[in-house]
Design a protein around this ligand. Structure first.
Ligand code: UD2
Length: 379
């Protein structure tokens, strides 16, 4: 019907531009009766569809000034409205003097500087702390450090807090959150003005493995109840370590893992991942990037919340199924980081095990384990 009528109507209009209405009436009248019925039928269908469309599609009935596409999106795809805070303030920074970077002159050629998912790997000689500090200061951030000293591990408190006060984010605001079952044994220590120490009582467990694993649950709970209001980034650190060199804002990123000093050159098949499929920490054969140490990880408060919650969920499910992952929460951390890639990786400089001989590529020992007699300290 349309194919027939449109060209004719068009022709009539063209021919009779002086008296358009009358000529169109004539055109309709001239149609055979059967065609008239069909046309009326089609017009009826179009009209009905129009009415249904008008009342059925929500955006048509809204006022014209509303952003039609936006409203439609929220309704149709449940896209949450978001708001980005806009800030026009900025600090005037002093001039910085440093060697110019060149794209054809990499700072280091002896180590991997970037993961295949484009996360930087932090090594000595690859960054300028002055530039990083100048950028970081503009943000007015607070970093939290969660650490545990339960049972005999209270002996490590002084060495850890003392060295971290000096070398951890020197000159920047840091809250140390120390969980211990012996608050009375925490020695009094003088901290820099930007540093604060919070002592939080915590219960102990008979098994050292449970103390270690439950850290994930405690961190997750404190993020939910306190830390999301107090700090911007959070790092979890073992207590039986000491810092020997600066660990600065080069560690700040959304999700940060430290490559283990024991396994940084091992092929994935021979490192310490949990491979038993019954465990929630299992990483299937053929998968895995690096082996990450649970002694030092962190990131933005929201990402560390996700990580610790997910890892403890894995620990809990394993407990219910009567299985414990090979390296406890460290196995769950490794599983998580295979599928949620860290946005920044710290090289083994950031956790060097004292038992190992340091190779040339590890130019600096920033943080290192304190030797301990496992049999004596864990029982
Ligand atoms: C590895 C991990 C550690 C954890 C553990 C689980 C590294 C370098 N470290 O270290 O993070 O995943 O394996 O198997 O990868 N703690 C106490 N009291 C105790 C026992 C532990 O407070 O009685 C706390 C303390 O903060 C300690 C941490 O738990 O630093 C981990 O325990 P660990 O250092 O003895 O574990 P380790 O050396 O096997």
């Amino acid at each position: 019907m349309q194919d027939l009528a449109v060209p004719v109507e068009h022709k009539e209009r063209k021919l009779n531009s002086g008296n358009q209405t009358r000529r169109e009436d004539t055109f309709v009248k001239k149609l055979p009766k059967v065609m008239e019925i069909k046309k009326a039928h089609v017009l009826g269908v179009i009209l009905t569809a129009g009415i249904i469309g008008y009342f059925g599609i929500p955006h048509i009935s809204r006022t014209a000034c509303q952003p039609v596409g936006q409203v439609d999106l929220y309704k149709t795809f449940s896209v949450l409205p978001r708001q980005t805070d806009l800030d026009e303030t900025f600090l005037m920074l002093p001039r910085l003097s440093y060697p110019q970077p060149f794209v054809d002159k990499p700072q280091r050629t002896d180590v991997l500087l970037m993961s295949p998912w484009l996360a930087p790997i932090v090594w000595e000689g690859t960054f300028s702390r002055d530039i990083l500090n100048a950028q970081y200061r503009q943000k007015n951030l607070v970093v939290g450090v969660a650490t545990f000293a339960v049972k005999k591990y209270v002996r490590f408190i002084e060495g850890f807090i003392g060295s971290a006060n000096k070398f951890f984010l020197s000159g920047h605001r840091v809250n140390f959150y120390l969980f211990t079952d012996h608050p009375e044994k925490v020695p009094s220590m003088k901290l820099d003005p930007e540093k604060r120490l919070f002592i939080i009582p915590v219960q102990n467990y008979s098994r050292w493995q449970d103390i270690s694993m439950n850290r994930m649950d405690i961190i997750s709970s404190y993020i939910r109840s306190h830390w999301r209001y107090e700090v911007d980034y959070l790092y979890s650190m073992d207590i039986d370590v000491q810092l020997f060199e600066h660990i600065g804002v080069e560690i700040i990123d959304t999700l940060v893992g430290t490559i283990s000093s024991w396994q940084y050159t091992k092929p994935r098949e021979s490192n310490s991942y949990e491979r038993r499929p019954e465990s929630r920490a299992a990483i299937p054969s053929g998968e895995g990037d690096f082996y990450y140490a649970a002694s030092f990880y962190g990131g933005s408060i929201s990402e560390v919340y996700k990580l610790t919650t997910a890892c403890f969920k894995g620990v809990t499910e394993d407990r219910a199924n009567g299985i414990e992952a090979k390296w406890h929460e460290e196995s769950h951390l490794n599983k998580y980081l295979v599928y949620h890639k860290p946005t920044r990786l710290l090289s083994p400089e950031y956790y060097w095990d004292e038992e190992l001989i340091r190779p040339r590529i590890v130019r600096v020992k920033r943080l290192s384990s304190v030797r301990k007699d496992l049999k004596e300290i864990r029982f």
